[in-house]
Structure formats: structure tokens, C-alpha cells
Ligand binder design. Structure first.
Ligand code: OSB
Ligand code: MG
Length: 369
């Protein structure tokens, strides 16, 4: 693949409903879409950054800067045999996984289109559909949360994840369990706790949760290894895992039993697959997390989630859980059985809705060889 042209654009999309985590409430999605042309074929990827450094240290501005000034110059005009090599080609730039992801995913889309197969097939997909879960934010009242969860269960989602923080945790989970004793349920703390809260977290053991996601610091692995033996509920790491080496360290130390893999957090599909392979070889389940991606990033998430080691329902929900209108056609829909079908067409397998994309694009820059 000869990389001849790269386009970056920032989108702003309103969310159908605010999304609140332990660190903030957001009302809209600012994200970067990347188009890469190679040998006349265009491919699409997403850098799922946010307007501020809340989940990740990266932001729209840092990703734009690193892409324009460092990553685009590393790729433009270059010859690359496979998309799987792209991460290594960008390795001179340390960190900035989200900035890398949009470029890397776009190359997977190009390569798959050139070969006439889907990105899922190119990655080694073994499933025609993925089990879909939904991540439900912190609400103003417990009743509002129950109403939200009820709506998602009625739609057929296979697993509910709720965001927790101190004061919105044990009682909330108790309410959910009283109402739905058997629903697959988990919580995500987004680093809201410290080791001193171990007893409070152990109180969650009574509710048969699938897992507790990222209770401790966003950059910690060691203290999670001290927490896990004090709980019956499996821990799952999200924010702490950026590389296959982090995943190996966490599993070796016993910091978690499950890993949430988000392509955007680890630098794209190649790294996501490497972490998947490592976990799968060790028998550790993984699932695909999300960063409220548009249909472009969602298509890549759906593709990677169809690999064999993704044995738990992830946070890859239907487009309408996030946006009134998505930038791809058709949007991702939830099947009646709570699954999302993995597209089989070439590349990401969905079309870009260009007129709508133009409407929501607030910044654009083109780089040509
Ligand atoms: O921690 O998994 C998280 C969204 C934004 C930032 C962090 C997280 C999330 C989610 C939502 O939980 C996942 C999704 O539905 O895309
Ligand atoms: Mg998380």
C-alpha cells in the first residue's frame, strides 16, 4: 500500500442522553475521524479522543498536533505491506495511542477493501455477530437509573454495566439486584476508589457481579494485585492497560482476571489483537470496551470483538444508544437477541453518510504526498 493522502477531521455530535462517569458528565462527543488513501482506495478510522484529558491524557488538540506534526509525516508517501505493521511504523512516537488508532484503523479498512474482504475477516473473526452490552452512566436519582436500565433490557441488551463512585455504589447495586436478580451485571468505577476502600468494594461481593472494572488509580497495576485477593468478584482493568506488556504484568501479578480492550486506548486493532492473543493463550477472558465512538470506530470495535477470545459481552452498543443520527449507513442496530451483526462487506462494511458527516465536521485538514 502506497500511502498517498491523509485527511483529518474533528466532528461534534450531540449524545442522545448525557453520559456521566466518576470523573465527569458529558453531553456531546468530540472525536477525530481519519481517512487514508492508498493506491486510490480510501479507508476510515477513528481517534476517539475527548475535548479534555479526563479518561485519557489525550485530547482533540493533542491528537491533532501529534497526527499533523509527527504521525502523518511518518506515514505519508510511505509504502506499507500490511495494516498490522502500522503500529510499529509509528513506534518512534511514544504514547498517543488514540492519535495512532485513527490512522491505523484506516489502514486496516484500506487493506481489507483492497483484498475484497471485511476488516473482521482480515483480523481473524470467528463469529457472525457479537453479544452486546450497554454502559449506563450515573444518573441524578436511583429511580432514573432503574428506568434507564429497564429501557435497555427491554431492547434486549445482554449485559448491563453501571458506573459507580463513592456514594453511588453498594445501594445502587442493591436496588438493581432487587429488581433484576439474574441479569448479567457489572460496575465500572473509573478509578474512583483507593485501597483504603477495600471493605466497601468487598460489600459488592454479595451481588453476583460479573466483575468490577478499574476501581483504583488509572495508572496503577500493583495495588490492584493487593485488592483482588480481598474480593470474590473478579477485577477487570481498563485505564491501566495500554500495551501487551501491561496485560502480561497485570495477569502475572493477579491484578485482574479480565481485561477490557479498547482499540483507541491501546493504539489500534493490531495492538488490540496482540493483547487479545496474549490473554486468550492464558485463558483470561477479554471484552471490547468503547469510547462512545461514532459508526466508524464502532465498525472497527465490532470487527475486533468477533475474535474468539472476546468471550464476554462488551460495551459495543447500537448507534441509537449514543446518537440520534450516526455518520455511517446503515447505523449499527441491536438484533432482537441482543447481538450486533458483524458486517461482511469489504472493509468496515458500512457506508459513510457524507452529507451528514459534512454537517458535523468542525475542522478539517488534508495532507497529500
Ligand atoms: O470507562 O469504559 C469506560 C465511555 C467513555 C470513557 C470511558 C468509558 C466509557 C464507557 C462507555 O463506559 C462505553 C461505550 O458505550 O462506548
Ligand atoms: Mg471503563
Amino acid at each position: 500500500m502506497h500511502i498517498e493522502r491523509i485527511e483529518l477531521r474533528v466532528l461534534q455530535l450531540p449524545l442522545v442522553r448525557h453520559f456521566e462517569t466518576s470523573f465527569r458528565r458529558s453531553f456531546g462527543r468530540d472525536t477525530i475521524l481519519v481517512t487514508v488513501w492508498a493506491d486510490g482506495v480510501a479507508g476510515w478510522g477513528e481517534s476517539p479522543v475527548e475535548d479534555g484529558p479526563w479518561y485519557s491524557p489525550e485530547t482533540v488538540e493533542t491528537a491533532w498536533h501529534v497526527q499533523r506534526d509527527f504521525l502523518v509525516p511518518l506515514l505519508l508517501g510511505q509504502e506499507i505491506a500490511t495494516a498490522d505493521e502500522a503500529f510499529a511504523r509509528m513506534a518512534r512516537v511514544r504514547g498517543h495511542a488514540m492519535a495512532k488508532t485513527g490512522l491505523e484503523e484506516a489502514l486496516w479498512d484500506v487493506e481489507a477493501r483492497q483484498k475484497g474482504v471485511s476488516v473482521a475477516h482480515l483480523l481473524g473473526s470467528t463469529r457472525p455477530a457479537i453479544e452486546s452490552g450497554v454502559s449506563v452512566g450515573i444518573q441524578d436519582t436511583p429511580d432514573e437509573l432503574l428506568a434507564q436500565v429497564e429501557g435497555y433490557l427491554a431492547q434486549g441488551y445482554r449485559r448491563i454495566k453501571v458506573k459507580i463512585k463513592l456514594g453511588w455504589d453498594v445501594e445502587i447495586v442493591r436496588r438493581l439486584r432487587e429488581r433484576w436478580p439474574d441479569v448479567p451485571l457489572m460496575v465500572d468505577a473509573n478509578s474512583a476508589y483507593t485501597l483504603a476502600d477495600a471493605e466497601r468494594l468487598a460489600a459488592l461481593d454479595d451481588f453476583g457481579l460479573l466483575m468490577i472494572e478499574q476501581p483504583l488509580a488509572y495508572d496503577d497495576i500493583y495495588e490492584h494485585s493487593l485488592l483482588q485477593p480481598r474480593l470474590r468478584t473478579p477485577l477487570c482493568l481498563d485505564e491501566s492497560i495500554h500495551t501487551p506488556a501491561h496485560a502480561r504484568t497485570a495477569l502475572e501479578l493477579g491484578s485482574c482476571r479480565i481485561i477490557n480492550i479498547k482499540p483507541g486506548r491501546v493504539g489500534g486493532l493490531g495492538q488490540a489483537r496482540r493483547i487479545h492473543d496474549l490473554c486468550h493463550a492464558r485463558g483470561a477472558p477479554v471484552w471490547c470496551g468503547g469510547l462512545l465512538e461514532t459508526g466508524v470506530g464502532r465498525a472497527h470495535n465490532v470487527a475486533i470483538a468477533s475474535l474468539p477470545g472476546y468471550t464476554l459481552p462488551g460495551d459495543v452498543s447500537a448507534s441509537d444508544r449514543y446518537f440520534a443520527r450516526d455518520v455511517v449507513e446503515p447505523p449499527f442496530r441491536l438484533n432482537a437477541d441482543g447481538t450486533i451483526t458483524v458486517p461482511t462487506g469489504p472493509g468496515i462494511g458500512v457506508e459513510i453518510d457524507h452529507p451528514f458527516l459534512e454537517q458535523v465536521t468542525v475542522r478539517r485538514e488534508v495532507f497529500a504526498d
